[in-house]
Design a protein around this ligand. Structure first.
Ligand code: ADP
Ligand code: ZN
Length: 796
């Protein structure tokens, strides 16, 4: 039998069945010997008949029913092939790590089984007798043993004579304590509150929220901990009770859509739902300006899919940043929603997977990995913010979720909706040539205008003496923010780098404190107290003197979010602000708390990296400031321009989503750059026309298929030589290829390894894959690693 193992090897392994062992179905997990180890793999299929001698035997079959449904197994194999990855690794990313053995499931007899008992096979009869009383019994407690018992159970289940009650014991997650306002109100409450600042904040928070909140939620937003809250309960200012955790609890018992769709929304919904009902493959680009109401289209399409008896998968870049989507899905479809987010425990993930696979939950929302959600009879796949780079996995296996759902949609005859205000050049081009239907929402809801964007030329702004010629807050931005805050409106500030400053410089000798293991300078963190390498995570306290020359004047150059936040407080004392970036959102729930704080108006100004640009809908935001638009322009990546355009247009789109109009200030040293100008004009078509022309002329995606090969070793010579050999091997394959390199990768050294890059281009994927198959050795030379990234989104 062919078995896929979770190893980075692009081949399957063949194992023999022990005598008398019934052949496990494809998609079943088995334990097999591999070298000295025992691994869990997935059966792909193969001969159940006699296997040649010399093969090793399958040790154990873990599941009575396949954990991976056949359609998904086929998808995994196709994805592995298309991304030059290992099927076993793809399956490993697709399946939850701790899926319990489905042999541990419990079963109950069905009416059909009770009626048919007399005509059952001899090995089935004892099982039916044991179940005859109607109770639910675990497979291990049923009569019989091992595999014969499993195969009898399977046969009975296939005939519908017994059915699994639940693969899991019901999830009883620990309840949490929630708080609501208590009996005390008005002046009485005022005097009981006394001087406790945190207590007052907690009460104000609950007041503004208008509902109960969990202790964790209150602490995240106000800093009031359990002791403070208990004190308030003791004074009858609050009351407390136990509630189910938010993650498990449906938001409210079922719900209707929130709005009547606009005409433009209705047209898109009609096109999508017609395909869903007709079981027709319908790939579409939903290009809707920011604030045009794409979410409502997704929700209505999901409703239509469920009504048609089909399931839906809704991919979002980062669920923690858009908790309202998941909440709305759970509110509208409390029975059917499954939220797959990264904060789930392995057990919760396995439970969700099982609910979905069993057809109990049919509407799934989640990030990249949810592309593999085992939805039964899928009729709709949505990729929200389709342009987002997070859909491509950077580590092995390097698959692209967009392609995964495209394969599944085609196979299932489903609608496939790529939604974005700033489509990727791939999607835009596909829509132009008719491979994607082009659905458009050209206007914001309620005909709200798109925000006016002002480009601020930093060359004409005077910097403060400590700013080294690069002003942080330009005069026009400060003036606008002052106005906005005085009206009680909110703002978002984007600074695309985290930490205090991008690097530290010795004023005497110019030493720049590079990481000892990576070819990048370390970033200054903790208000200048620490140096951190953003690539390998290495941290060190800031030295008092330069290690090279002993110089004492060490200067933090440039600004990250931390420094921007400090300067903000200086400029706008008393205006509440918070930082949203990778550093401030490490704790589980922290991102959602910040987003919620912004939504409720507790935070007036949100400062952050690109995380502030992601799909948020804060109606109170009327001003957006981009402190530096240039960071990404200089990246050595053919997508630098596209990514800059998308980031600017997306962050601009956060302004003016409510009743008051919005403005955007974009600070840049390159005011004429097309990416910046077109973003300021909200001109997707104009940007795409120029950008696609560049891609066509220079033979880049979407006009070619690209693969990046990265050869690395801790010894530079060794890496360089292996890279040259690989390039030669590629060149000697027969296809029509364009090979660039080897050249040192933009990030030449990472975690102590030297890296060389080869770019391989051809006009079709098949040629790329054929060349890779012919040239990339199954085992690289000693101490060398070869990483292949097909259709890379990141060329560092
Ligand atoms: P997008 O994802 O296109 O940026 P959203 O889906 O966030 O836009 O919608 C923008 C705002 O308009 C949201 O506040 C949403 O609740 C509201 N909205 C969407 N559709 C309608 C509608 N048909 N009528 C009224 N308001 C709507
Ligand atoms: Zn490093």
């Amino acid at each position: 039998m062919a078995v896929a193992l979770p190893l980075p090897l692009r081949r399957t392994f063949t194992y023999r069945l022990a005598t008398g062992m019934p052949a496990p179905l494809a998609g079943t997990r088995v334990r097999v010997p591999f070298g000295e180890r025992i691994l869990t793999g997935i059966v792909l299929g193969g001969e159940p008949g006699p296997a040649p001698d010399g093969l090793r035997e399958i040790l154990e079959v873990l599941d009575a029913v396949p954990v991976c449904p056949p359609d998904l197994l086929a998808t995994a194999e196709r994805v592995a092939e298309r991304f030059f990855a290992a099927t076993g690794e793809i399956l490993k990313s697709a399946l939850p790590a701790r899926l319990p053995s489905s042999g541990a499931a419990s079963y109950r007899i069905t009416e059909k089984g009770a009626l048919g008992a007399a005509s059952a096979e001899p090995d089935e009869r004892p099982i039916l007798q044991r179940l005859a009383g109607g109770e639910s019994v675990r497979v291990v407690d049923l009569p019989g043993e091992g595999l014969p018992r499993l195969s009898a159970v399977r046969a009975l289940e296939e005939r519908g004579w017994i059915r699994p009650t639940s693969t899991f014991r019901p999830c009883v997650s620990r309840p949490e304590i929630a708080y609501a306002l208590g009996a005390l109100r008005g002046a009485e409450r005022e005097s009981a509150l006394g001087r406790s600042r945190k207590g007052r904040e907690a009460v104000a928070f609950l007041d503004s929220l208008g509902r109960a909140a969990s202790g964790a939620e209150i602490r995240a937003s106000t800093g009031a901990g359990a002791a403070v809250l208990r004190g308030l309960v003791a004074k009858a200012i609050l009351r407390s009770f136990e509630q189910q955790r938010q993650a498990d609890a449906p938001f409210s018992p079922g719900g209707q859509p929130r709005f009547e769709p606009t005409a433009a929304q209705a047209a898109a919904i009609d096109a999508i739902t017609a395909a869903v009902r007709e079981r027709r493959y319908f790939p579409a680009l939903l290009e809707g300006v920011t604030g045009s109401g794409k979410t409502e289209i997704y929700l209505r399409s999901i409703r239509a899919a469920l009504n048609a008896g089909r399931g839906a998968v809704w991919l979002v870049p980062e669920i923690a940043l858009t908790p309202v989507f998941a909440r709305e899905l759970s509110r509208q479809f409390p029975e059917d929603a499954a939220v797959l987010h990264s904060a789930l425990s392995e057990r919760e993930r396995a439970e969700a997977w099982d609910r979905v696979r069993a057809g109990k939950a049919r509407a799934v929302i989640g990030p990249r990995s949810a592309a593999f959600a085992p939805v039964v009879e899928p009729g709709l796949f949505i990729v929200d913010e389709e342009h987002d780079a997070s859909y491509k996995q950077r580590e092995s296996p390097r698959y692209d979720a967009r392609e995964v759902v495209a394969l599944r949609a085609k196979q299932a005859g489903a609608a496939l909706v790529f939604g974005s205000a700033t489509p990727s050049m791939e999607a835009y081009h596909a829509a132009q040539v008719g491979r994607l239907a082009h659905l458009k929402l050209p206007e914001r809801i309620a005909a709200r205008p798109l925000p006016r964007v002002e480009i601020v030329d930093l060359r004409r702004q005077t910097a403060r003496p400590d700013e080294k010629g690069v002003p942080l807050f330009s005069a026009p931005l400060v003036a606008r923010l002052t106005e906005v805050f005085s009206r009680g409106e909110q703002a978002i500030l984007l600074q695309p780098r985290r930490g205090f400053a991008p690097f530290l410089l010795c004023r005497d000798c110019g030493h720049d404190f590079r990481c000892s293991r990576c070819s990048v300078s370390r970033t200054v963190h903790d208000r200048g107290q620490r140096l951190v390498c953003h690539y390998c995570g290495e941290r060190a306290p800031k030295p008092a003197r330069c290690p090279e020359c002993g110089g004492a004047v060490l200067e933090a150059i440039g600004a990250g979010t931390e420094r921007v936040a400090d300067r903000f407080t200086e400029l706008f004392p008393g205006v509440s602000s918070a930082v949203l970036d990778r550093d401030t959102t490490r704790r589980r729930g922290a991102a959602a708390a910040l987003v919620e704080g912004m939504r409720l108006g507790r935070i007036t100004c949100l400062i952050g990296t690109q995380m502030v640009a992601k799909g948020h809908d804060f109606p109170g935001v009327t001003a957006v400031g981009v402190l530096s638009a240039d960071t990404m322009l200089h990246f050595p990546d053919f997508r630098a321009s596209e990514k800059t355009f998308q980031l600017l247009a997306q962050v601009a789109g956060r302004a003016g989503r409510g009743d008051a109009a919005g403005t955007v200030h974009v600070q840049t040293f390159h005011p004429q750059h097309p990416a910046i100008r077109r973003a300021a004009e909200h001109d997707v078509a104009g940007f795409a026309a120029e950008e696609l022309e560049f891609r066509r002329v220079f033979f880049y995606p979407p006009f070619c298929e690209l693969a990046a090969l990265l050869v690395s070793a801790s010894d530079r010579e060794r890496a360089s030589e292996a890279a040259s050999n690989l390039a030669r091997a590629l060149a000697s394959t027969s296809g029509a290829l364009r090979i660039s390199g080897p050249a040192p990768a933009p990030l030449e050294r990472l975690q102590g390894r030297w890296r060389f890059q080869i770019l391989l281009r051809a006009s079709d994927r098949r040629s790329v894959l054929a060349a890779l198959a012919a040239a990339v050795p199954e085992r690289p030379p000693a101490a060398v690693q070869i990483a292949v990234d097909v259709d890379p989104q990141d060329l560092m």
